[in-house]
Design a protein around this ligand. Structure first.
Ligand code: SF4
Length: 429
């Protein structure tokens, strides 16, 4: 394992622990200590982080149509595909800030359309924010101030395992806040993490995801002091909803958490808007903030990088004939699903997870996780290092307020995404 003497802690003669930031979810915990001996030990990490740091490199060879080749040949083939393309789609985009900078540079040269693999979810939040604004908070504020957590449509810990440990049950807060209460307004999930260290169980209001639009509308009506001519809304008693509202109003700093990736319902953006409207209404008399959970695979980093370089998050397009000037943005037409019908080349990138590309009739270049498996071998596959494990990088936490460095934790045997993209770009220049 690669060793940085300045970041190393020696516990005994045999085990050296290196401090690390974990990129396996949007919390980006930076208190991990990762061992240098096999089996690799991960201190402070959750099971998800242990899987991340313990993964082995299974494949180091680029390939063309499933046949191994050297890196130069693969880069040349990828360059040729993009050179002959007039409407390439760069999708997946599972990477961190430095990788995304290289993606943007190549996209500008190639005139590509960009879409992140989780945009279908992210766009729901963006649409709600663009339409009416929102009041959201940061993880630091949750840690130091929140005295009530209301989780809507999510158990939180399935996607962000240490949320309660680090931000809710933490004793190291700045303002001596009371032990927070927790309410789950959600279908069944892992709600046990909402039980406080002193045994106080969370309030659970069971609500199916498909019913959340109606339930959120009812909560908004009640927040405006309307009387509902019903005893229950989609199976949830109005009395329970009134009790939830009363707890939010009584809290000093309530935080409403949702995961748009869990809202697999038509027009989920309207439900997000309903949540943000409730937050705005309640803020007239008390303090309530929203906290949207991210979907992962670098989505926050990718969209921030895209926004500062082009003015838009992904689902944007570089116009190759107006280099340095024109970008377009279209949350519907520039989706991967739509562009797969029109593009004449697909570049799929997934470095954190071995997510394979969608099926496409267009020539396909895949750059990403070495374990990626294909039902149909792409024209070109180039395995690259995993950020935070094989290579260094920078990543935004899910609240976008903090960017953290990722370290290379082991000897590098694969090129970085940026290395490969720069080589391809040289062929297009
Ligand atoms: S909670 Fe998330 S960031 Fe923290 S250790 Fe687990 S997977 Fe990594």
């Amino acid at each position: 394992m690669w060793q940085n003497p300045t970041a190393m802690k020696i516990l005994d003669d045999s085990v050296q622990l290196i401090s690390a930031t974990c990129p396996a979810c949007g919390l980006l915990c930076d208190d991990l200590l990762v061992g240098n001996s096999t089996p690799i030990s991960v201190k402070n990490g959750c099971p998800k982080s242990q899987i991340f740091f313990r993964q082995a490199v299974s494949n180091t060879s680029p390939s063309m149509f499933g046949v191994d080749c050297d890196l130069n040949a693969a880069v040349k083939a990828a360059g040729k595909i993009l050179l002959h393309s007039s409407q390439p789609l760069f999708s997946g985009l599972g990477t961190e800030v430095q990788g995304m900078r290289s993606v943007m540079a190549l996209a500008e040269t190639a005139g590509a359309t960009l879409d992140h693999m989780h945009s279908e979810s992210t766009v729901r939040n963006t649409l709600a924010m663009q339409n009416s604004g929102w009041q959201t908070t940061t993880l630091t504020e949750v840690k130091n101030r929140a005295d009530l957590i209301v989780a809507i449509g999510t158990d939180i810990v399935t996607s962000h395992p240490r949320f309660f440990e680090k931000l809710v049950w933490n004793a190291d807060n700045l303002f001596n806040k009371a032990t927070p209460e927790v309410i789950f307004l959600a279908a069944t999930g892992n709600t046990s993490a909402g039980t406080s260290p002193d045994g106080h169980a969370p309030t659970i209001v069971t609500a199916e995801t498909v019913d959340l639009p109606a339930i959120m509308s009812a909560l908004n009506a009640l927040a405006h002091n309307k009387k509902l001519d019903a005893h229950e809304i989609a199976g949830v008693s109005v009395t329970a909803l009134i009790a939830v509202l009363a707890k939010i109003k009584a809290a000093k700093y309530a935080v409403i958490v949702w995961s748009v990736g869990c809202l697999k319902i038509p027009h989920a953006e309207l439900t997000v808007q309903s949540i943000t409207q409730l937050i705005a209404t309640l803020n007239e008399n008390t303090r309530v903030s929203g906290l949207p959970l991210n979907s992962g695979d670098g989505d926050s980093s990718i969209n921030n990088t895209s926004a500062w370089l082009s003015g838009y998050p992904t689902r944007n397009r570089f116009n190759v004939h107006q280099r340095g000037g024109e970008f377009s943005y279209d949350t519907y037409h520039f989706s991967t699903q739509q562009q797969l019908n029109n593009c004449d080349a697909l570049l799929w990138i997934s470095t954190f997870n071995a997510y394979a590309p969608p099926s496409s009739v267009a020539p396909t270049i895949v750059i990403g996780h070495p374990d990626m498996q294909f039902t149909q071998a792409p024209d070109v596959f180039i395995p690259v290092g995993i950020p935070g494990l094989d290579q260094s990088g920078t990543m935004f936490r899910m609240d976008s307020s903090v960017a953290l460095p990722l370290k290379a934790m082991r000897k590098q045997v694969l090129p970085t995404l940026s290395d490969v993209l720069r080589q391809i770009e040289t062929l297009l220049a």
